[in-house]
Design a protein around this ligand. Structure first.
Ligand SMILES: *Cc1c(COP(=O)(O)O)cnc(C)c1O
Length: 224
């Protein structure tokens, strides 16, 4: 087990190589530290290394971290499935929501939000049964139907690549998400600028960055 500081160095080194390969600047991608499995103490260690984007995937975990780490500079992301009845508990405490995948959730966000919520629509690009997310075929219709919700801004698309798949398969999933993002962006919808791509986790963030990710979500590589 390395220190968080050493892990940050390794993440930045690999990120730097990938960015260089495709001619992108470090500032074009935000690294979200996924702190769902670690303590507030470990979370503070990544903050000390300069990471201000943090992500949690359970309402209780989010509330606890925000209570223990009270810092106005932080930007909070909610990743993973959110039950409709728990929307009211989290929606006004976060800056970005990464798992918008059904209208019932959008409706509840509209009802509970006291501000504009920056949302990523989660897309199930590979069509795995076990995954949540809108299918690519239904994406346009889904996004068009979000126009009625004034509190929702679709900032981009999010996906999770298949676990333990080959690099070719993972890369093609990211390419597919990017093509979908560009398609939605071209529609120039005021409520769905769709300029961002949330893709890439510990095992595949280098590939994601090469394929245009603007937000990568990294947990294990920071803390193992
Ligand atoms: C846990 C999680 C991550 C981070 O995964 P690691 O493999 O630990 O980097 C990213 N995105 C989502 C949606 C997650 O649930």
């Amino acid at each position: 087990m390395n220190s968080v500081k050493e892990n940050c160095g390794e993440i930045e080194r690999k990120l730097g190589l990938s960015l260089k390969r495709v001619g992108r600047e470090r500032s074009s991608v935000q690294v979200i530290a996924v702190t769902k499995s670690v303590s507030s103490k470990q979370t503070r260690a990544v903050i000390e290394e300069g990471y201000i984007h943090l992500a949690e995937n359970r309402p209780e975990g989010l509330a606890l971290k925000q209570e223990e780490i009270d810092d106005d500079c932080l930007i909070w992301h909610y990743i993973g499935n959110l039950q409709t009845r728990k929307v009211k508990k989290v929606i006004n405490s976060i800056d970005y929501f990464h798992a918008l995948d059904r209208l019932s959730l959008a409706k509840e966000i509209e009802k509970r939000a006291q501000k504009t919520i920056f949302c990523f629509v989660q897309v199930n690009v590979t069509g795995e049964d076990s995954k949540s997310g809108v299918s690519p075929d239904e994406l346009t219709e889904f996004i068009v139907s979000l126009s009625q919700y004034t509190k929702i801004k679709v900032v981009g698309l999010m996906t999770m690549a298949p676990l333990d798949a080959s690099e070719t398969i993972i890369r093609s999933a990211f390419i597919q998400l990017r093509e979908l993002q560009e398609m939605i962006k071209k529609k120039n919808l005021s409520y769905a600028p769709c300029t961002e791509l949330s893709m890439g986790m510990s095992k595949d963030y280098t590939i994601a960055v090469e394929e245009g990710a603007t937000f990568v979500r990294i947990g294990t590589s920071f803390f193992d």
